[in-house]
Design a protein around this ligand. Structure first.
Ligand SMILES: Cc1cc2nc3c(=O)[nH]c(=O)nc-3n(C[C@H](O)[C@H](O)[C@H](O)COP(=O)(O)OP(=O)(O)OC[C@H]3O[C@@H](n4cnc5c(N)ncnc54)[C@H](O)[C@@H]3O)c2cc1C
Length: 388
């Protein structure tokens, strides 16, 4: 039995079809990801071929409508898939999640030509995508972005720098947020679709990052794009990106569950084998409490994530839940991974187990897509606003 899945209600409220989707993602991770994740990390390898094979099974266009080559699945299906993929490799699942975000934005906000030309390539894995929001001067405060897009004849001229863009060294299509108007902050921000190889678009350098994640600095130097490359409405690109980031935060929650489950499984297996002072670690109350708390918190987190996914599927607003999930899931996974490492003693600190990789990834997750402090601020603001 999967140690971290007490699963009340059998399938945990999933349909038979969703259970089959979960099994497909689980089998894929077990065969194609889990055995290689540590090797990829040590070789600093971006497993683009594996992302493409995941695409072949419909996992790179999870929410994209079927007429454009997507899988047409629900948000709930998406979080079920992400949990399984993250269990294999946190960073590979992060790229797959980003590809889904890029494809999802084009499906939702793109025009007929953009959908027809780009989505089949993104969903099949022929192209991989990146989203480019963060800049040297604006991260948490993303609306302070300064990359400019000046209208010039039939096109726009982009100038600026983007930073920490995941996967950008191996991707072909970039959604770039730039300021087209005089409006302050979120007003006047437009999303552009930029293809690799466009003149004036430079992949400046890789920014070495923890946890096997590959991030890059991108420079736009008088980079000309046509008006047909605007995604959605001019000057109104910011809110749609934030909405998609909410979906990503649910996926991040699911990925934290996958990582924590794997750490808990490893801890259970280890403490049943290892004895100190003549007693199995599994028989020590201190260790049992870690296990009990980890299983309980994983279960609570899955309830939060799946409930929010169901709300999204029925057209609801999950801004508050997305921030709560970001905070709860990342801190839950941080603690579970830390306890698993502790239970392994020195072995938990080595590169001979994937625990150090998990620890680094969950550390990153407390920062990207808005640090936990910013999400706490947002939760408090919404709670205070709603209180009588
Ligand atoms: C691995 C990784 C991958 C990434 N991938 C991408 C990507 O693909 N595309 C992209 O656009 N960006 C990406 N990012 C960037 C990421 O989204 C930003 O790093 C993040 O939003 C935080 O911005 P910052 O790093 O500039 O930190 P800052 O905004 O400078 O914040 C620094 C710290 O200040 C504190 N802080 C900030 N604001 C507040 C506040 N209001 N109240 C209290 N404390 C606060 C927090 O502790 C925060 O960690 C990635 C980052 C990482 C680490």
């Amino acid at each position: 039995m999967d140690a971290a899945m007490p699963v009340p209600g059998g399938l945990f409220g999933l349909s038979e079809e969703q259970a089959a989707i979960r099994q497909m993602a689980r089998d894929f991770a077990a065969a194609e990801i889990t055995p290689y994740a540590m090797e990829w990390d040590q070789a600093h390898h971006f497993a683009a071929d594996v992302v493409r094979r995941a695409a072949g099974l419909g996992m790179c266009g999870i929410y994209v409508r079927e007429d454009a080559g997507g899988s047409g699945l629900s948000r709930l299906d998406g979080v079920v898939i992400m949990e399984e993929l993250a269990r294999g490799c946190p960073s590979t699942s992060a790229y797959i999640s980003i590809n889904n975000m890029v494809a999802g934005m084009i499906d939702r906000f793109g025009d007929a030509r953009q959908r027809a030309e780009m989505l089949p390539r993104l969903c099949s894995g022929e192209w991989l995508g990146s989203y480019c929001l963060t800049e040297p001067g604006s991260g948490s405060d993303a609306a302070a972005l300064r990359t400019s897009a000046r209208l010039d004849g039939d096109g726009y001229v982009l100038n600026g720098t983007k930073q920490f863009i995941s996967g950008a060294g191996a991707t072909q299509l970039y959604i770039v947020m730039a300021r087209t108007g005089e409006g302050k902050r979120a007003e006047g921000v437009t999303a552009f679709i930029v293809e690799r190889g466009t003149r004036g678009f430079i992949i400046e350098r890789e920014i070495p990052m923890l946890g096997g994640q590959r991030t890059y600095e991108l420079v736009f130097e008088d980079c000309v794009v046509s008006q047909t490359q605007v995604l959605g409405e001019v000057g109104r690109g910011y809110a749609p990106m934030q909405l998609r980031l909410n979906v990503r935060r649910l996926q991040m929650g699911a990925r934290c569950i996958g990582i924590a489950r794997r750490a808990l499984d490893m801890m259970c297996e280890h403490v049943k084998q290892r004895s100190t002072f003549g007693v199995k670690l599994a028989d020590r109350q201190a260790i049992q409490w870690w296990i009990a708390d980890a299983a309980t918190r994983i279960h609570a987190c899955r309830l939060m994530v799946q409930a929010a996914a169901r709300t999204l599927d029925s057209g609801g607003d999950v801004r508050l839940e997305a921030s709560m999930i970001k905070v709860f899931a990342t801190e839950m996974a941080t603690e579970v991974v830390d306890q698993a490492m502790q239970s392994f003693g020195a072995m938990g600190m080595t590169k001979e187990t994937p625990l150090q990789l998990f620890a680094q990834q969950v550390r990153l997750m407390r920062i990207y897509e808005g640090p936990t402090e910013v999400h706490r601020m947002s939760i408090a603001r919404q709670v205070l606003k709603g209180s009588k």
